[in-house]
Design a protein around this ligand. Structure first.
Ligand code: SF4
Length: 364
């Protein structure tokens, strides 16, 4: 991490300039961040003014029970752009997967931050935290993951839980959850946590949370599950480019059929978009190139609570489609309400399916 620490005491914009980022690119990035954060027009300038003055924050990244997919998401850049540089020039003082130091040297880096920058650093946690048997199923440097998470997250200014596992335990917490895996907030209730679920999290959302924190000194507004509203406030189904086909009753019924080739709705193939809240369709992946539904595969609901248990089998269609409008939120819907409303709308959807069937047979 040596090179990343060289400019530690310079400000953001100076470092960006040294990396060859022009002012035009920087302002374009700030405007895009304002849009991602659902801020009113004009906030791009405010973000730019704040970032120009800010010192780079110190960040520690903890790797708990995880597949490292969120670190992959962080690093998976085909070419540098401002957002990646912003994350790159944050003072990553500790990141188990990508840091150069090892052993005692690495532990010292972490301890120095916790001791010397108490209440000033950002903790990012990837992976679930095993709590069963005193946290014995994860040990780093002789300490349990649980005790490290408590020490680091309780002393941080803010904690960002990246990926589904750090949010609600994810895959490790799926039944029968042998290690007693939980998310960060459950393991460390005193910590100030914002959750970025997804398997993995989208790095654009992580950048936006960091930018929000640097600009306003606070974490963005969240729903009752600790997820920022700018990223998890809308259903995938409501922003999906195949929605018109859903409304018209045009469904893919087999992989590779004529509907699939024409980009019809993937609901019948198990798409979980109607019950998942995430900004996947609008920010997309790989520099905004595409996202799973655009590439022809249904949403698996990876940003939904306990999705490994609740959204599987992935290729079985949802039993009923709630008919919540675009104004719905995850908080308003709730699990109980979803079940009741879904039952009421089942008949309505049956008509749609029938219509889809007749449409398909007419066109085939
Ligand atoms: S069911 Fe899936 S593919 Fe169909 S419109 Fe909704 S999100 Fe898109």
């Amino acid at each position: 991490m040596g090179s990343r620490r060289e400019g530690k005491f310079g400000n953001f914009y100076e470092t960006l300039k040294q990396r060859g980022v022009s002012r035009r690119e920087f302002l374009g990035f700030c405007s895009a961040m304002a849009a991602t954060l659902s801020l009113p027009a004009g906030y791009g300038v405010k973000i730019a003014e704040a970032l120009e003055k800010k010192q780079k924050p110190s960040v520690v990244w903890l790797e708990m029970q995880a597949c490292t997919g969120d670190t992959e998401s962080l690093l998976r850049a085909s070419k540098p752009k401002v957002g990646e540089l912003i994350l790159d020039i944050i003072s990553y003082d500790y990141h188990e997967t990508i840091m150069a130091p090892a052993g005692h040297q690495a532990e010292k880096s972490l301890n120095d931050v916790v001791k010397n920058l108490k209440g000033k650093y950002i903790a990012i946690v990837e992976g679930s935290i095993p709590t069963k048997d005193g946290g014995a199923y994860l040990s780093i440097g002789g300490k349990s993951g649980l005790s490290i998470a408590r020490e680091v997250c309780e002393n941080a200014a803010a904690t960002i839980a990246v990926g589904n596992c750090a949010w609600d335990g994810g895959l490790a917490a799926a039944a029968p959850n042998p290690t007693g895996a939980v998310g960060v907030k459950e393991a460390v209730p005193k910590a100030t946590v914002v959750n970025l679920p997804g398997c993995p999290m989208n790095v654009e959302n992580l950048t936006a949370v960091v930018v929000h924190y640097l600009t306003f000194g606070t974490l963005p507004a969240t729903d009752s599950m600790g997820r920022p509203l700018f990223a998890y406030g809308k259903r995938i189904h409501d922003n999906c480019e195949r929605r018109g086909h859903f409304d018209a009753g045009q469904f893919v019924r087999a992989w590779g059929d004529s509907g699939h080739r024409q980009g019809w709705c993937l609901y019948e193939m198990g798409c979980k978009g109607p019950q998942t809240y995430h900004n996947c369709p609008t920010i997309r992946w790989n520099e905004g190139t595409s996202w799973p539904v655009q590439s022809g595969h249904g949403c698996i609901g990876c940003a939904a609570p306990r999705f490994w248990d609740a959204m599987t089998p992935f290729y079985r269609r949802l039993p009923n489609v709630p008919g919540f409008g675009v104004e719905s939120t995850a908080d308003k819907v709730g699990v109980g309400l979803a079940a009741v409303t879904a039952a009421g709308l089942a008949a309505h959807f049956t008509v749609r399916l029938a219509k889809g069937k007749s449409t398909e047979s007419m066109e085939d």
